[in-house]
Design a binder for this molecule. Structure first.
Ligand SMILES: [Zn+2]
Length: 397
């Protein structure tokens, strides 16, 4: 196996030089949720490599061979989870918590990486705010904005948007897509300038949970940066923020961090939740040792069902499902991907080239087993299967 050329040898979060690679995979699709119209296009999709490394100095995890030129975010990027009632309930609670905690009423909220803009829509409505969203996949036609509160900029957030006004800066599920994370946070800090009242609110996946679950489906090309509570807070302090709060949310799958600009270097005492380097180190070692046999077990299970004439489908056409099948590479042992998002249905997933179908199609497919990518949706999906009269075994991964 030829080694790809590293794009970094120092930690992009803290600058330390002791990055240790603990998870490698070659030739993975460079995008997981770019919806493709044909199987041919899906199979021939551009690929890149993973060399996932741990920084023992700050706890940050990064893909050392990430190549930003392989990224092509656009409006066909379908990241929205806004079709799930469970996810919507969480987003509403989070918006309300932030509004209540920081009195976000009648303010201007800037969301960096707003996706289709559904969270921005929520926070502007709930708090009677104005919203500005910046994202290459932003789609105003997907918003419900009768009062014209929201402005969308269809672009990546860069220095040229530093002048956009903001009382509150929100950034959800975006920083994990940024490779030079310290540079990015420094840019956000610079844009805020001398407006100390600005509130900065981020949300992103918790790498501790990914490691503990051996959640290889959460490790994919688009995610070049992985944070723990500690590494996230340390990055914020290092780049000129005061950390107000760090929490685990959504069954510990996500982290939220609340911060404000600081004028003194490395301000504030670390919170207890940040003391995590020892635990992370142990989790990284366990991931490296325990993942390969776990992958073999998944492959065996899928092949056995297939060999016995049964069908398996994977519920969740988003990045988790796409990464699951692309990592296992079991060919036609997976018949279809299922997703409730109508914008995904009829499209093909990058890499494996499997079609994404609506739940209703399971009536004809009659799967033996439905592999559920996110256990948090267990009740929701079981209810869908019951409604359709699909008598399949539902297996959360
Ligand atoms: Zn580091």
């Amino acid at each position: 196996m030829s080694q790809p050329t590293p794009t970094v040898d120092a930690c992009p979060a803290c600058g330390a030089g002791d990055l240790r690679v603990f998870h490698s995979q070659n030739s993975v699709p460079s995008h997981s949720v770019l919806m493709l119209d044909s199987q041919e296009e899906a199979l021939g999709f551009p690929r890149g490599d993973l060399r996932i490394a741990f920084c023992s100095a700050c706890g940050f995890v990064t893909n050392t061979v990430f190549d930003v030129t392989k990224n092509a975010y656009s409006t066909s990027y379908e990241e929205s989870q806004a079709f799930s009632p469970r996810f919507n309930a969480f987003a509403s609670e989070l918006a309300q918590r932030w509004i209540d905690t920081y009195d976000i009423h009648g303010k201007t909220v800037l969301e960096i990486g707003c996706g289709k803009g559904s969270f921005l829509e929520l926070i502007t409505k709930l708090g009677d705010n104005k919203g500005i969203g910046v994202d290459p996949s932003a789609r105003y036609d997907r918003l419900d904005d009768p009062d014209g509160r929201i402005t969308l900029v269809q672009d990546l957030y860069t220095e040229k948007y530093s002048d956009l006004p903001a009382d509150v800066v929100i950034c959800r599920h975006t920083l994990e897509h940024v490779h030079p994370v310290a540079e990015f946070m420094t840019q956000v800090r610079r844009a805020i300038g001398d407006r100390p009242e600005t509130i900065v609110l981020f949300e992103l996946p918790d790498v501790q949970r990914v490691l503990d679950d051996l959640g290889f489906w959460d490790v994919y090309y688009e995610h070049c940066s992985y944070f723990s509570a500690g590494s996230l807070a340390r990055l914020f302090r290092r780049t000129g923020f005061e950390v107000l709060d760090v929490r685990r949310e959504y069954d510990d799958q996500y982290l939220t961090i609340d911060a404000r600009p600081s004028t003194v270097p490395a301000p504030g005492e670390p919170l207890p939740i940040e003391d995590d380097i020892a635990r992370l180190t142990a989790s990284v070692d366990r991931f490296a040792t325990d993942l390969p046999p776990r992958l073999d077990a998944w492959r065996r299970q899928l092949r056995d069902i297939h060999a016995a004439g049964g069908r398996s489908v994977v519920w969740g056409g988003g990045s988790k499902g796409v990464t699951y099948v692309n990592t296992l590479q079991v060919g036609d042992a997976v018949t279809a991907m299922v997703d409730i998002n109508p914008f995904m249905q009829g499209k093909f997933i990058a890499g494996a080239g499997i079609e994404i179908v609506a739940p209703e199609r399971l009536v004809d497919i009659r799967p033996e087993v439905v592999f559920l990518m996110n256990p948090i949706y267990l009740d929701e999906v079981q209810a869908d299967l019951d409604r359709l009269g699909v008598d399949a075994k539902l297996v959360p991964v």
